[in-house]
Design a protein around this ligand. Structure first.
Ligand SMILES: [Zn+2]
Length: 256
């Protein structure tokens, strides 16, 4: 693990309410109060808050991450409601980012949220990635994932990438500065990728929970992350396997 992946021990101690709220996870071996203080003093940028990002954001809000920067455009539609768990029926036709903020605050009023009613592009990534300690890629479009990845390499930020299609999913964690980065895994937009895809909320939620835990481990500095490993699984058969991901020397973003 690179030195700059582990945040400095923050000065702010936990309050009594925080100690009571997070007691059961503070008992986790290797995490403890120091891990909880690190989460409290961390900022995570989440690109899209749909089937994947809603669950990542909810788990990170529940775990006590101090600040979330969330990028998600558009208004709530009926077809969001099978998986985008921060969207609600009463918010149909209204901005998604508003219900995202409202629901996260209902769970954790201490959480600071930077709501961006837009999807990530190069300009937004350049502005907000430097503000984050870690980024989570949960967008359906590769252009958004690449914008996050490329900015994470430039600004030396770790990056968790969650993706799914039908009942299958993929997850990996890229170290700060890349080597490898997302472009080592997928250099360009795959030819046949389309915007809409089959999905159960239980599938996107499964990989999203794994992504949230990867973020928690990197931020708190415990456990073993999926760095240089890509985990694939298909929940249709409950089949899991992983492959090693080495950096590409010719990667146009992290290579040289
Ligand atoms: Zn790369």
């Amino acid at each position: 693990m690179m030195e700059n992946e582990i945040p400095k021990s923050p000065a702010a101690p936990l309050t009594e309410v925080e100690r009571a709220t997070y007691q059961w996870q503070i008992w986790t071996d290797g995490f403890g109060e120091e891990g909880q203080r690190r989460l409290k003093n961390s900022t995570v940028l989440i690109s899209r808050c749909g089937g994947l990002g809603s669950v990542v954001a909810y788990e990170l809000a529940a775990a006590g991450v101090g600040r979330l920067i969330i990028a998600h455009a558009g208004n709530v539609k009926h077809s969001d409601l099978n998986r985008q768990l921060l969207m609600t029926y009463d918010w149909l036709g209204k901005p998604r980012i508003e219900t995202i903020e409202r629901r996260l605050k209902e769970l954790n009023p201490r959480l600071e949220i930077v709501p961006l009613a837009a999807n990530l592009d190069d300009e937004l990534a350049e502005k907000w990635v430097p503000e984050a300690d870690l980024c989570v890629g949960a967008a359906p479009m590769f252009q958004e994932r690449f914008a996050m990845n490329d900015a994470c390499v430039r600004h030396v930020k770790p990056h968790v990438n969650c993706a799914m299609y039908d009942t299958s999913a993929t997850i990996t964690t890229f170290p700060a500065g890349g080597k490898p980065c997302l472009r080592c895994l997928t250099p360009e937009v795959p030819e046949h990728w389309k915007r809409e895809f089959p999905v159960f909320g239980a599938t996107s939620g499964t990989v999203a929970c794994m992504g949230a835990l990867e973020a928690i481990k990197v931020l708190a500095g415990f456990g073993e992350t999926l760095e240089k490993r890509v985990l694939h699984f298909d929940l249709r058969q409950m089949a899991f396997h992983e492959v090693t991901l080495n950096p590409r020397e010719d990667c146009k973003i992290c290579g040289k």
